[in-house]
Design a protein around this ligand. Sequence first.
Ligand code: ADP
Length: 273
Amino acid sequence: MKKTKRLVFKVGSAVLTENNQIAKKRMLNLVKLIARLREKYDIVLVTSGAVAAGYSALKLDRAKQIGKKAIAAAGQPILMSSYKRKFDIFDIDTAQILLTEDDFDSRKRTKMFQEIIDAHLENDILPIINENDITSTPEQLFGDNDQLSAHVAHATNAELLVIFSDIDGYYDKNPSEFDDAKIIKIMTEIPKETLAEECSPNNVFATGGIVTKLKAADFLMKRGRKMFLCNGFDLSAVQSLLFEGKHTLGTIFMPKDEHDEVPAPKPKKAVSK
Ligand code: ADP
């Protein structure tokens, strides 16, 4: 059955990986959340984790291009079967879609994968996307799933991209370095200097870092779309937002004009006794 609202979820290595392996409990929690949300939304999942999953089977040097590609090739089916076992519990069929930056280059190719995703969603199949970095050259790749997921969210006309990471949202400074870092709950634009900063992935398998998440947000905001960056270890913030419409934690990135349209809360009237 076709639902009117579409969400794209992106799960990073930080959430899906623990001690060089797939973090199965966290993956299951995400799968449970997706199963509940599917009653209301069409969901497309963009997932990292192939290199981490493959490393347990093939311990080559991840820093070398061929080593990383060989590990990813070994890991992709391990990752997908790990998802499959969990989605099977909820009777959800999945499909694997591997994309590169080239797929967004021409209208013809973008249209093709849009139609494939539409066909899956119309038939109640959950598309699971990853970057096809195995035989692609670096020029054909985004290099991180943050920007890939933003392109997917735009091309599939998603209401919201949700990026699950190992932090509660976007902070005014790096929270792993500064104890006094404060979370920014709503961002309506991203300063150019920040976008130019170097990527700082936090984990050996991560290829993104906060800058690629900001680039993803910037791409979507410029196209009138929204992104929510939240914690993938503790799903309470995303649950509050998507089930109750309450923004408790996490950062919402939204275009400025849309933010301005949200009516300001009315001041409370003084109670006269
Ligand atoms: P993922 O694998 O989920 O894509 P990354 O490790 O690539 O995650 O990126 C998230 C990390 O970015 C956080 O754990 C944090 O250490 C780092 N980071 C740097 N600056 C910031 C910031 N201003 N706000 C939030 N996180 C930041």
